[in-house]
Write a protein that binds this ligand. Structure first.
Ligand SMILES: N[C@@H](CCC(=O)N[C@@H](CS)C(=O)NCC(=O)O)C(=O)O
Length: 237
């Protein structure tokens, strides 16, 4: 079966696109028009009850949750992740879940503060300030990025040869740290995370990244020095 990726440009679906490109498996895309809030329609919710992008249609039905889709693809195609019995599998799963349930979740809070603290601008600013300052006592965005930067030590040589799905997940999260919310990204400086910066440059050399750049209008350096997406169809927000 040809997979169907329900996507919006520069949304979490980008990570799945990169994995599909890297695997070289056939897929087609179906735009979710965010400018018309298509992800909130009954038709889209029939695919993902949470109303979130991405969805990947696979032989067993529609799959959602980015990390689950990535893991499913890696296991099904036997690539882009350590296999179940590999010694590196545990650490891979730990950081995949960390990227999904901590870093990605933190980013959602600064992208959509109203979902978490309501419409009060002061409360929203406070949430952003709290999440974007280094704390060391509880996990904030810079703390999460520090941990992921340290994780790169463990396998950076292998990365340069053959990235895993988590590398692409992290690269996209770094892209969004640099771009969103527009005008409120001062807290983020990729050079403070040198091993992650190297990862972004390595991934930008790969044909999978080039394909995604063209498909979603991601500019010349989509991870290491991103510019706002200028997609041929649809909109990022
Ligand atoms: N936990 C979800 C989060 C996905 C997510 O945040 N998707 C965004 C687009 S990047 C979305 O659908 N946002 C619309 C909304 O939250 O209303 C996953 O990992 O797939």
């Amino acid at each position: 079966m040809t997979y169907i990726l329900h996507y919006a440009p520069d949304n979490a679906s980008l990570i799945v696109r990169l994995a599909l490109e890297e695997l070289g498996v056939p897929y087609r895309t179906k735009l979710v028009d965010r400018s018309r809030a298509e992800h909130r329609t009954a038709a889209f919710r029939a695919l993902n009850g949470a109303g979130l992008i991405p969805v990947l249609e696979v032989p067993g039905g529609p799959l959602s949750e980015t990390a689950a889709i990535l893991l499913w693809l890696a296991d099904r195609h036997g690539a882009l992740a350590p296999p179940p019995r590999d010694a590196a599998r545990g650490a891979f799963l730990k950081w995949l879940f960390f990227a999904s349930n901590t870093l990605h979740a933190q980013l959602r809070m600064i992208f959509y503060p109203a979902y978490y603290v309501g419409d009060n601008p002061a409360a929203q600013s406070q949430l952003r300030r709290t999440l974007t300052h280094r704390s060391m006592s509880h996990m904030t965005l810079p703390d999460s990025l520090n941990l992921l930067d340290a994780r790169q030590d463990a396998h950076s040589d292998a990365d340069a040869q053959m990235p895993d799905v988590l590398d692409y997940y992290i690269a996209c999260l770094l892209r969004w740290c640099a771009l969103y919310p527009v005008g409120e990204t001062d807290w983020f400086n990729l050079s403070e995370y040198p091993r992650l910066a190297t990862l972004t440059e390595d991934l930008e050399k790969r044909p999978a990244t080039k394909a995604a750049q063209a498909a979603e209008g991601l500019g010349a350096t989509p991870f290491s020095n991103p510019t706002p997406a200028n997609p041929p169809e649809g909109s990022a927000t």
